[in-house]
Design a protein around this ligand. Structure first.
Ligand code: HEM
Length: 142
């Protein structure tokens, strides 16, 4: 089922609940959660992730906003997907990243991260992943 406008609003609301001064620390926590869940992915990333972390979170937010407009979404995700295919990313890598995102928001927002928000995140992330995989020509497997 495609992500609804209500779900997009919930995801954006969760982003807005993070104080801007906490974003860098939260981005770093995201990678820690990712590598806890999938230690084999660590070697794909550079040693110092401080710049990379912010880029991931800010790009993700831009993409979530773009979910409302399929043309903008496709324009964003094709080059991003192709870049990731070139980095050796495969479809099986997306699931642990989605779980790490949920871990991160859960940890930062605590009970304010409602079940509705979590479902909205899952739905939005699934759509983003599928589009990135399809448009970027990312292969399957793990
Ligand atoms: C929602 C999904 C994702 C988004 C929005 C995203 C976003 C980004 C962005 C913005 C960059 C930086 C690109 C640049 O420097 O120009 C990047 C790099 C990278 N991404 Fe992703 N990504 C996603 C999924 C994944 C997945 C599933 C993997 C699998 C492991 C992955 C692995 C990488 C790697 C290895 C790099 C390069 C890191 C480095 O140079 O150290 N990404 N990603």
């Amino acid at each position: 089922m495609p992500v609804s406008n209500q779900e997009i609003s919930e995801v954006l609301r969760s982003f807005d609940m993070i104080p801007p001064e906490d974003l860098a620390a939260i981005s770093t926590r995201f990678y820690q959660h990712l590598f806890n869940r999938a230690p084999e992915l660590r070697a794909m990333f550079r040693e110092d992730l401080s710049g990379q972390s912010m880029k991931f979170m800010s790009t993700l937010k831009t993409i979530v906003v773009a979910l409302k407009d399929p043309d903008v979404l496709h324009a964003e995700l094709k080059p991003l997907g192709e870049g990731h295919a070139n980095l050796g990313v495969v479809a099986g890598h997306f699931a642990p990243m989605g779980e790490a995102l949920i871990d991160t928001f859960q940890e930062s927002l605590g009970p304010e991260f409602t079940p509705e928000m979590q479902n909205a995140w899952r739905s939005a992330y699934l759509e983003i992943s599928n589009e990135m995989i399809e448009r970027g020509g990312i292969s399957g497997g793990c």
